[in-house]
Write a protein that binds this ligand. Structure first.
Ligand code: PAD
Ligand code: ZN
Ligand code: ZN
Length: 397
């Protein structure tokens, strides 16, 4: 039976309050309106930015269905949708690409004016309304994507069609973590052949920065993290050395400057802390260094540096989604993945059934990045056994 045009009742993880666990609920997902697309989510990653929502450092109206790094299949489309059709494999885009605004027409920039990244977030689709209800209450969207739900509705410019053969439990990472990190190196910093780079923070995004630095031909890549367990994987991905600020008495920027003849060519802050943003800036060479902020800082805190740190010639910049124009670039990155130009396996620590979302967040906080799958379901008689399903049952009204 076709579900098109009908309200779908399905499973979603609703965050009712900050600093509380997600609650797995039955939600109603309204059909897509004109220029909207309803997607059956197959797999969704858990990114640190989702945890910023839980912790309240990325202020979002509540209750909310978070999640923004996913892959799925189009279930139905609203009137006027031309770029995807039911059955297409897709990746939702938390940075949209409307193709019409000043930024979409800018050759370098990517933060389409239709984004919902202002503070606080608006939490709706483009027309200002919502498609989710739970226990009779409307539920807010998150970054126009809301992927912690079996079904979600997005605006057409917030979804990209990808290769029909793509493994969705892997390419979901192209929806955020991988692309953000990789693009920060190759597109935002424009890392050069033979250069020296420093990457602060060796989580999933930091490892993707390292992959980008390596592809761009960096000769030295210095990984920086307080968790030494991250070093082995970072080296596997291309870091040539790894250091922990806790092993030194002097500031880490001084240590890195000594290691790199006065400062690195390119540095990246991939943690989301003000102190490490300043350290990353200062460890870059004062006359030719480029430092990129990738980490999302907490709430309304302000940075402070002496203007001289930039007057001497450094460049300090930042970007969302690795500077990539999303709708154009995501299908190409998926094609590169299918052509084995890079691997996503090292970025995934676990694949968990969707219901284990709170465990997935605990794992993230202990340094492990998980992908949640809607295609793993609990065995009816053995609660510890999870089976792969081809389809997930839903109720249609
Ligand atoms: P993660 O939590 O998996 O990794 C962060 C790493 O930083 C961990 O390995 C920590 O051990 C390490 N760390 C923490 N504190 C320090 C410290 N004081 N000194 C050195 N290392 C430290 O996060 P992630 O890789 O998922 O994301 C990293 C950041 O990037 C995070 O702030 C996230 O919100 C942001 C992000 N930004 C974009 C974007 O578009 N700009 C997209 C996705 C994620
Ligand atoms: Zn993310
Ligand atoms: Zn635009």
């Amino acid at each position: 039976m076709s579900t098109a045009g009908k309200v779908i009742k399905c499973k979603a993880a609703v965050l009712w309050d900050i600093k509380k666990p997600f609650s797995i609920e039955e939600v109603e997902v309204a059909p897509p309106k004109a220029h909207e697309v309803r997607i059956k989510i197959v797999a969704t990653g858990i990114c640190r930015s989702d945890d910023h929502v839980v912790q309240g450092t990325l202020p979002t109206p509540l209750p909310v269905i978070a999640g923004h790094e996913a892959a799925g299949i189009v279930e139905s489309i609203g009137e006027g949708v031309t770029t995807v059709k039911p059955g297409d494999k897709v990746i939702p885009l938390f940075t949209p690409q409307c193709g019409k605004c000043r930024i979409c027409k800018h050759p370098e920039s990517n933060l389409c004016v239709k984004n919902d990244l202002q503070s606080p977030l608006q939490g709706t689709l483009q027309d200002g309304s919502r498609r989710f209800t739970c226990r009779g209450k409307p539920v807010y969207h998150f970054l126009g994507t809301s992927t912690f739900s079996q079904y979600t509705v997005v605006d057409e410019f917030s979804v990209a069609k990808i290769d029909a053969a793509s493994p969705l439990e892997k390419v979901c990472l192209i929806g955020c973590g991988f692309t953000t990190g990789y693009g920060s190196a190759v597109k935002v910093a424009k890392v050069t052949q033979g250069s020296t780079c420093a990457v602060f923070g060796l989580g999933g995004v930091g490892l993707s920065v390292i992959m980008g630095c390596k592809v761009a031909g960096a000769a030295r890549i210095i990984g920086v993290d307080i968790n030494r367990d991250k070093f082995a994987k970072a080296k596997e991905m291309g870091a040539t050395e790894c250091i922990s600020p806790q092993d030194y008495t002097k500031p880490i920027e001084e240590v890195i400057k000594e290691m790199s003849d006065g400062g690195v060519d390119f540095s990246f802050e991939v943690i989301g802390r003000l102190d490490t943003m300043v350290s990353a800036l200062l460890c870059s060479h004062d006359s030719c260094g480029v430092s990129v902020i990738v980490g999302v800082p907490p709430g309304s805190e302000q940075l402070s540096v002496h203007p001289f740190e930039l007057l001497t010639g450094r460049t300090w910049k930042g970007a969302i989604f690795g500077g990539y124009k999303s709708k154009d670039s995501v299908p190409k990155l998926v094609a590169d993945f299918m052509n084995k130009k890079f691997s996503l396996d090292p970025l995934i620590s676990n694949v968990l059934p969707f219901e284990k979302i709170n465990e997935g967040f605990d794992l993230l906080r202990s340094g492990k990045r998980s992908v949640l799958s809607f295609f793993l379901c609990m065995h009816p008689y053995h609660p510890n056994i999870w089976e792969r399903l081809d389809a997930v049952p839903v109720t249609v009204f």
